[in-house]
Each structure stands twice: as structure tokens, then as C-alpha cells.
Design a protein around this ligand. Structure first.
Ligand code: ADP
Ligand code: MG
Length: 439
């Protein structure tokens, strides 16, 4: 864990002031410099109101400002620090009785489904529409950035809209434990219990943080039992299945498995593209197919990073005052423009050697696989490695039009996702060509 330097922090604050004037607050500068770890910027505050403000309104602004300052993609997490962590020794305000507002964008309508998350999505819908009846509890798990929080909040919003529930409590596990610790300290356990045991729907995000906290576990166990017996719905999320949460009491592990445990996986290529398209649309951004392909093929870890990539590319486009081009997307994702352009004939040469075809074949209209594959590979590499437009590239292949080139780029881009051999071949040829350029 490393806290960022004060200089970097003030740079971030500067970007926030410049670009998010309406959002930036005086107290931002009193926050401790955030921690930057594995591309995640964690901003902490011991103040519940500040925390809710950050959580509700500032994710994107901090991500953008962070990205500009550290010059690579970062995601942002806000956390409510425990009172004891406060450097100045003041006590933090008790957690307000208000549940943090739900993010209006985290709805089922805004959730793109694919093989990676279909089951989790269906289960969340089922539970929102028949709380306490479909699966209880519903336990969603998966790595960070794959949509757990989004689905949890969507379920809350749907259940409320549909009038299936009246009292909903959505909160992070940290808020639950903080709230509990505060209640113990203030001798207010009764009101704590009242608050948690008189809800129709209790949703706790990132329940794995309960692991190290014995007393909170004990308390949660009783909360769970009470709600469960009254057939009130419980939804939980974690970064792993119940059995994989270290030092979670056995009785909780087994209870978490009583309903449905659904895994959320990394999105496949098609889902990543659909998500990019949807995010672009929501923001009124024009993203060309080829930009979508490019980003989706470069970023396959999680959805938060996909969003980070769009943010980055969007802010670059704004600074440049123009459209989001492929070149800009490359830059946004940290690819250096080549020192000397690779020429299309060089690509053709390399591909001809590799696939043992002739230039006349590449330029012909022959459709046999042995010719069309190297031709498409050529077009794809030309798109990846040069700045030529689709039309120009088509010109090198017997005057093909831009739709043919675009189709080739898409086909190969997609195929390399599942075809390991093709992927390796493409890497080798590009490596060869890049070396050529350096000599
Ligand atoms: P997690 O809680 O699993 O770490 P989040 O729910 O915070 O992940 O998701 C990270 C970001 O990605 C959020 O902004 C969310 O809206 C977005 N996201 C995740 N899954 C999807 C999806 N299937 N469709 C659209 N957006 C998604
Ligand atoms: Mg989450």
C-alpha cells in the first residue's frame, strides 16, 4: 500500500477544480492523500456525509482526475474510515440513519447481460420481484468490477419501484460493521437492532469484510436469522463463494448457501462490446465500431476498467476538441505511436512468408480459406499497426472497399479472442514488424 505524494494529490485536486467545478468541494483538500494500489485509488474519509457525497457524485470525476495525474487508467474507491484511524483524534460523526442513496444508473435496464452474468442477473430480477420467496438469501460473488454492486442496487430499486417492499437497507459491509461498532460504543444496540431487523430487504455488499470481525459476525448471524424467519429477503455479495471467505464462521457459511449462490464471471468479447456501446450511448458519445473493437480487445479484465478506458478516451477527445478516433483510443490506452510507420507492403511481405501465399493471392478475389485468412490477417494488422484509413488499406488489396476491410478487422479481432494459435501468430508477426521498424 502506498499513499500518493502530496504533490500528486494536489495535482488531482487541481484537475478536479478545473474540470469539475460544480462538484469540487473545499474539504477535498483536507482529505488524506489517497492510497494507490494496483490501479485503484482509494479515497478515505471518516465523515459519513462526505463519504456519501463522494460515493454518489464523484466517482467519475476522481477517476478522470486521477488518470490525468498518474497518466494511466485508475479506478476509484471511496471508503469510510474507522474513527480510530483518524489522525487528528477527533471522533467521527456517527453514521447517519440515512441509507446511502442508490446510484440511479445501477438499474436492470442499464445492465448488459451475457453468458458471464446471466444467471446472477436472472436471480436478482427474480428476488426483486418476489422478495423472500424466490431465493433466500441470494449470494452473488465474483471478482472486483464485474457488476455485483450494480446488480444489488438494481434489485433494491426494482423491488421499491414494484412496491414489493417498503423498507430497504442497502449498505456496504464496512458500513454495517462501522455502524455496529458505533452502536456498541454509544450503548445504542437496541436502535441498531431495530434498524436492521425491521426491513423487508437487507442488502449487504462485499460481505467478505465480515471475515476478521468476530463480534460483527455474531451480530450479523442474529440479524440474518431474524430476517430469514420472517421471510424477509437478504441479498449479499462477496469476492468469492461463502466457502472461500477466510475465517467466516461455519454457521454463516452454511446459511449463505441456503438460497442461491451465483457466480459473476469476466465478460466475454461480445459482452464487452455490448457494454462499451451501452456506456457510450448513455453518455451521448459516438464510438465507431473499430474503436469499440479495439477497446474490447485490449481490456478484458473487468467492467470497471472498460469504463475507465472510455473515461480516459473521452477526456482525451475533449482536450483535443475532436472526435474519438482509433488513434486517440490507442493513445488513451497507453500505446505509443510507432517511431516510423510500418508500411503496408511490409505487412504483406511478412504475412506472405508466414502463410506461404503470393501478393497476387492477397489482391485477388479468391475466397478459399487458405487465401482469405491471410488476406484478413493482413488487413487486420494494417489497421492495428498503421494509420491508414479503411479505404486506403482496401487500396492495397486490389481496391477493396472500406466495409470489406472493416469486416476483416472485426473477424480477426474476434477470432483471436478464442483462437490461441491465431493470437500467437498475430503476436509473432507484429513483433517481427516492430523489430523491423527499430532497425
Ligand atoms: P463490483 O461491485 O463487482 O466490483 P460494480 O457493480 O461496481 O462491480 O461494477 C463496476 C462498474 O461496471 C459499474 O460502474 C457498473 O455500472 C459497471 N457494470 C458492471 N457490470 C455491468 C453490466 N453487465 N452492464 C453494464 N455495466 C456494468
Ligand atoms: Mg462492489
Amino acid at each position: 500500500m502506498s499513499q500518493i505524494t502530496p504533490a500528486l494529490w494536489s495535482e488531482i485536486l487541481g484537475h478536479l477544480r478545473d474540470q469539475h467545478d460544480g462538484l469540487a468541494q473545499g474539504w477535498f483538500s483536507q482529505l488524506d492523500p489517497p492510497v494507490l494500489e494496483r490501479g485503484e485509488l482509494t479515497v478515505s474519509t471518516p465523515d459519513a456525509q462526505q463519504y456519501h457525497y463522494l460515493l454518489e457524485r464523484c466517482s467519475r470525476a476522481f477517476a478522470e482526475a486521477g488518470q490525468l495525474a498518474v497518466n494511466r487508467l485508475v479506478s476509484v474507491r471511496f471508503r469510510l474510515a474507522e474513527p480510530a484511524e483518524q489522525a487528528n483524534g477527533q471522533t467521527a460523526a456517527p453514521i447517519s440513519d440515512e441509507t446511502p442513496p442508490l446510484n440511479k444508473l445501477y438499474t436492470f435496464e442499464h445492465f448488459v447481460t451475457g453468458p458471464c452474468n446471466r444467471m446472477a442477473h436472472a436471480a436478482a430480477v427474480a428476488v426483486a420481484e418476489a422478495p423472500g420467496q424466490a431465493y433466500n438469501p441470494l449470494f452473488l460473488h465474483g471478482n472486483v468490477g464485474l457488476g455485483k454492486t450494480h446488480l444489488l442496487q438494481a434489485a433494491c430499486q426494482r423491488a421499491l419501484e414494484a412496491g414489493k417492499v417498503e423498507h430497504v437497507l442497502y449498505l456496504s459491509c464496512e458500513s454495517f460493521t462501522n455502524d455496529f461498532i458505533n452502536a456498541v460504543q454509544r450503548g445504542a444496540l437496541d436502535s441498531f437492532r431495530y434498524r436492521y431487523r425491521h426491513v423487508d430487504l437487507l442488502v449487504i455488499d462485499d460481505i467478505q469484510f465480515l471475515a476478521e470481525r468476530e463480534r460483527s459476525q455474531e451480530e450479523f448471524f442474529h440479524t440474518f436469522n431474524t430476517l430469514y424467519q420472517m421471510q424477509k429477503q437478504i441479498i449479499l455479495s462477496a469476492d468469492g463463494p461463502p466457502t472461500a471467505i477466510p475465517s467466516l464462521e461455519e454457521r454463516l457459511v452454511s446459511r449463505f448457501g441456503w438460497g442461491l449462490v451465483a457466480l459473476m464471471e469476466k465478460p466475454c468479447f461480445e459482452t464487452r462490446m455490448a457494454i462499451l456501446r451501452q456506456k457510450a450511448e448513455l453518455r451521448g458519445l459516438e464510438l465507431d465500431d473499430e474503436v469499440v473493437y479495439f477497446i474490447a480487445s485490449r481490456i478484458d479484465s473487468n467492467i470497471r476498467e472498460l469504463e475507465g478506458a472510455i473515461n480516459k478516451v473521452e477526456s482525451l477527445a475533449r482536450l483535443a476538441g475532436g472526435a474519438i478516433t482509433l488513434a486517440l483510443a490507442r493513445q488513451g490506452l497507453g500505446e505509443q505511436p510507432p517511431a516510423r510507420e510500418i508500411a503496408i507492403p511490409e505487412i504483406q511481405e511478412a504475412v506472405m512468408r508466414r502463410y506461404n501465399v503470393r501478393l497476387a493471392d492477397l489482391q485477388s478475389r479468391k475466397r478459399s480459406k487458405s487465401i482469405s485468412l491471410p488476406r484478413q490477417v493482413c488487413m487486420y494488422l494494417a489497421r492495428q499497426l498503421t494509420r491508414h484509413s479503411l479505404e486506403e488499406i482496401g487500396g492495397f488489396f486490389g481496391g477493396r472497399d472500406h466495409t470489406t476491410v472493416l469486416h476483416a478487422t472485426k473477424t480477426i479481432g474476434q477470432q483471436r479472442q478464442s483462437d490461441v494459435k491465431l493470437h500467437a501468430t498475430l503476436e509473432e508477426i507484429s513483433g517481427e514488424l516492430r523489430n523491423l521498424r527499430l532497425n
